[in-house]
Design a protein around this ligand. Structure first.
Ligand code: C2E
Ligand code: CA
Ligand code: CA
Ligand code: CA
Length: 276
């Protein structure tokens, strides 16, 4: 038996150990950050193709920890989902989004704010009520709130019925639901059928390869047409260049989001963008 083989096993378990330690540390620090409201929110604008104006801004969580430095949402959100802290992040983001939407409304700016949420958060029987309570508490009109939903896992049939009911309740109040990561999220077509969706947001991986691949062009064009045929709005995200934007506008996308317009920025910077 060669030593190297043994080393490999040791280093693997070391890596696992390290990952577990980091997860535990993130969980511990995140609890504290939530307690002290130490998370930040940046907003990324979407441009309405018809008007050429910013119509919606998406709230994205940002966390810079004193000890760990910046922890990206791609690392943070899955851990938060696993540990249940996603509910705390969700209510923090919801409160901030409602407050900010109201500030903009009072300033005479017509901006809707979108928050992100996983479909499974709606399995919580208090989800709809706590969203409506937050709107009431902050005084934010429901019509200013959008919820972008996504799902990485399969959903049990019993849960789907309950989730649909909760979403309907919110939709009736005027909240708009967006199916995020369309085309790659779990069960995109099924969710299109059963959930009260207003808008499709085509996943940015498609946008990324659209100029390089004719297949992707056909796929994206098809997805936009599919959305239209179901009377949904269609948003393209991850748009970084004028060429990508042009193509997607030609396909009939209703709105465009991505670094080509702006990266996620502070509320003040959103206001500066509105002036331009
Ligand atoms: P998402 O909802 O699909 O958000 C888009 C992500 O792509 C954001 O990353 C955004 O900064 C980035 N992005 C936007 N435009 C471009 C572009 O033109 N090029 C490239 N390369 N990237 C672009 P971020 O903020 O790191 O978030 C990653 C994911 O984490 C989000 O994907 C979302 O699923 C999740 N997330 C972020 N904030 C929250 C939150 O408050 N709650 C929940 N539940 N999830 C969140
Ligand atoms: Ca999103
Ligand atoms: Ca997305
Ligand atoms: Ca994503």
């Amino acid at each position: 038996v060669r030593e190297a083989g043994g080393d490999k096993i040791v280093s693997l378990s070391k890596a696992t150990h390290k990952a577990l330690n980091r997860k535990a540390l993130i969980e511990k620090r995140l609890l504290q950050a939530l307690d002290q409201k130490n998370l930040k929110v940046l907003y990324q604008p979407q441009i309405d193709v018809k008007t050429g104006k910013i119509s919606v801004v998406e709230a994205l969580v940002r966390w810079e920890d004193e000890v760990m430095g910046v922890v990206s949402p791609d690392e943070l959100i899955p851990i938060a989902e696993e540990t249940g802290l996603i509910n705390n992040i969700g209510s923090f983001m919801l409160e901030r989004a409602c407050e900010q939407a109201l500030i903009w409304k009072k300033a005479g700016l017509h901006l809707k704010v979108a928050i992100n949420s996983s479909v499974r958060e709606f399995r919580d029987k208090n989800m709809a009520k706590s969203i409506l309570d937050m709107l009431a508490k902050t005084g934010c009109p429901a019509s200013l709130l959008q919820i972008e939903i996504t799902e990485k896992f399969a959903l049990e049939a019993e849960a789907a019925t309950f989730i649909t009911q909760q979403m309907r309740k919110l939709e009736n109040e005027g909240i708009v639901f967006v199916l995020d990561d369309f085309g790659i999220g779990y069960g995109s077509f099924r969710y299109m059928q059963i959930l009260p969706i207003d808008t499709l947001k085509i996943d940015q991986t498609f946008t990324r390869s659209i100029l390089k691949s004719e297949k992707t062009q056909k796929l994206m064009h098809g997805m936009v047409q599919l959305g239209k045929s179901m009377e949904l709005k269609v948003v393209a995200e991850g748009v970084e260049t004028a060429e990508q934007a042009d193509l997607l506008v030609t396909y009939g996308c209703d709105a465009i989001q991505g670094y080509y317009i702006s990266k996620p920025v502070t509320p003040e910077e959103i206001e500066e963008l509105l002036v331009k």
